[in-house]
Design a protein. Structure first.
Ligand SMILES: Cc1cc2nc3c(=O)[nH]c(=O)nc-3n(C[C@H](O)[C@H](O)[C@H](O)COP(=O)(O)O)c2cc1C
Length: 405
C-alpha cells in the first residue's frame, strides 16, 4: 500500500566514521533494515577501528564499502551507492569528516559518496565538547546546513572521555525518526497541512493541582508521526511531552482554553484537523491563587462546563468545510450507539470511536481498537491494532473522503 512506512524498499546510504559512537550506527542500521530499508554501509578506515564491517554486513545483509580502491563486480562501490541512495546518513560524523564534507574532499568511501550523491543528507555529529564548540567545526556545520544538510544536533551528556558536556551523538531512535521525515517528503500527503491535538487537558485547581484524565497522547502522536511520514506539514498541539518527533511544529498547551486558542489560530491554514486530545468536559469554576491547605479543611470543588474545541472549530470553518475535521469519541459502553449519536450531533467529516474499556486498547496502550464512522453513515470497523497502524488507516480514510468533499 503506498505511503506507509517511508523506509520500506528505499535505499539508505549509512556513512560511519571514526568515533567511539560508531557502535550506535549498528542500532541505526539494524532499525532501518528491520523496517525494510536497503541499507548500504560505507566506512572510513578509522571507523573500522571501532566496529568491524562484519557487524554491519550481518545486520544489513548487504556488502559494506570500506575500501574505495577495491571494486565489487568490476563496479566502483561508492559510486553505485551514491547513485542508488534515497538518503545519505553520516552517523556518527566526526569533526574530521564534517570538515572534509564542508570542503568537498573525497578520499574515503564516506566523503566520496557524499560528494557524488544527489540524495539529501543527514549528519549526526559525535565528538568531545572542545571539538564540537571549536569555531572551525561550527563554521563547517553551518556551511553544510546552508547546503541543505539536516543535522541531528548532538546533546549534552556523558562523553567517552569521561567528561560531561555537549557533543554526545543524538540517540539512534532520533536519527531514524529524522530519516523517516526525509524519506516521507514525497508521500501521498505532501503539500497538505495537518493539525493534530493530543493528550488530556489539565484544568488547574490551584498552582500545584489539576483535574485531568487518562489520555496518554500516544494516539495523537501516532497520527502526527504517520502524517509526517507521508509528507504532510504537521502541527502537533499537545499537553504531554512524549519523545519529540522530528520535522513538525509542536505547540505545548495545558488547559482546554489554550488548546482551543491554538486550534482556532491554525484553522485557516489547516487542510485537516484531527482532534485526538481528550479535552476535559468540566473545569474548576475558580482557580485558587495559592495552594489549598489541608489545615483549612476539605475544599468544595465547584465545576463549570469547559470550552468545546470541536464545536468552536466547526463553527469557525463555516460552510467552507475546510479543514476536514476528524473527531475522537472515547467510550466505555455502547461504543457504536454513542458514536453514532456524536456523529449526528457534531456534524463533522469523520468520527473515530475508541473502545477505551477493551483490555489492551485505548489510554496509555500502544494498541487501539477503533471504529470509524463517515459521512453517509457507513462505518469501518478495525481490529485491535498498533496505534501507528490505526493512524495510517485513519489517514487513508481522510485521503479517500477528503477528495470527495
Ligand atoms: C578512541 C578514540 C575516540 C575518538 N572519538 C572521536 C569522536 O567521537 N569524534 C571525533 O570527531 N573524533 C574522534 N576521534 C578522532 C578521530 O578518530 C580522528 O579524527 C580520525 O581521523 C577521524 O577519521 P574519519 O573522520 O575519517 O573517520 C577519536 C579517536 C580515538 C582514538
Amino acid at each position: 500500500m503506498p505511503g506507509r512506512n517511508p523506509v520500506e524498499g528505499r535505499h539508505i546510504a549509512l556513512g560511519v566514521t571514526g568515533s567511539i559512537a560508531a557502535y550506535k550506527a549498528a542500532a541505526i542500521a539494524s532499525a532501518l533494515a528491520q523496517e525494510g530499508g536497503l541499507v548500504d554501509v560505507l566506512m572510513t578506515p578509522q571507523a573500522t577501528q571501532f566496529v568491524a564491517p562484519l557487524t554491519f554486513e550481518a545486520l544489513t545483509h548487504r556488502p559494506v564499502v570500506t575500501d574505495m580502491f577495491r571494486l565489487s563486480n568490476s563496479e566502483i562501490s561508492h559510486v553505485v551507492v551514491s547513485h542508488s541512495a534515497d538518503v545519505l546518513v553520516v552517523a556518527p560524523a566526526t569533526a574530521h569528516t564534517i570538515a572534509k564534507l564542508a570542503l568537498g574532499l573525497a578520499d574515503d568511501p564516506v566523503s566520496a559518496t557524499a560528494l557524488s550523491t544527489r540524495a539529501p543528507g543527514l549528519l549526526a555529529p559525535a565528538m568531545e565538547t572542545g571539538m564540537w564548540q571549536n569555531p572551525a567545526t561550527q563554521a563547517h556545520i553551518q556551511t553544510l546546513r546552508d547546503r541543505g544538510w539536516l543535522v541531528a544536533d548532538p546533546v549534552s551528556g556523558h562523553l567517552a572521555s569521561g567528561a560531561t558536556g555537549e557533543g554526545r551523538m543524538a540517540e539512534p531512535e532520533q536519527v531514524v525518526d529524522i530519516v523517516h521525515q526525509m524519506l516521507g517528503r514525497s508521500g501521498d500527503l505532501a503539500g497538505r497541512h495537518i493539525v493534530v491535538t493530543a493528550g488530556g487537558t489539565r484544568e488547574p485547581i490551584d498552582p500545584v493541582r489539576y483535574l485531568s484524565n487518562r489520555s496518554s497522547g500516544k494516539m495523537g502522536h501516532a497520527i502526527a508521526e504517520a502524517a509526517r511520514d507521508r509528507g504532510a506539514a504537521v502541527t502537533l498541539i499537545a499537553t504531554v511531552a512524549l519523545p519529540p518527533l522530528a520535522g513538525m511544529e509542536v505547540v505545548a498547551v495545558e488547559r482546554a482554553e489554550e488548546m482551543r486558542d491554538a486550534v482556532l489560530h491554525l484553522l485557516n491554514r489547516a487542510d485537516v484537523l484531527v482532534l485526538a486530545a481528550a479535552v476535559a468536559d468540566f473545569r474548576p469554576a475558580q482557580l485558587a491563587d495559592q495552594k489549598l491547605k489541608r489545615r483549612d479543611g476539605v475544599p468544595e470543588l465547584v465545576l463549570s462546563t469547559n470550552v468545546n474545541v470541536l464545536e468552536e472549530a466547526k463553527a469557525q470553518r463555516g460552510a467552507a468545510r475546510k479543514p476536514f475535521i476528524v473527531g475522537f469519541a472515547a467510550e466505555t459502553e455502547n461504543l457504536l450507539g454513542n458514536a453514532r449519536e456524536k456523529f449526528a450531533k457534531w456534524g463533522i467529516d469523520l468520527v473515530v470511536a475508541n473502545d477505551v474499556a477493551l483490555e489492551g486498547s485505548g489510554f496509555g496502550s500502544d494498541l487501539n481498537k477503533v471504529t470509524m464512522l463517515r459521512i453517509g453513515g457507513d462505518m469501518v470497523d478495525l481490529p485491535l491494532l498498533p496505534k501507528i497502524e490505526v493512524a495510517h488507516r485513519l489517514l487513508d480514510e481522510v485521503i479517500a473522503l477528503g477528495s470527495k468533499v
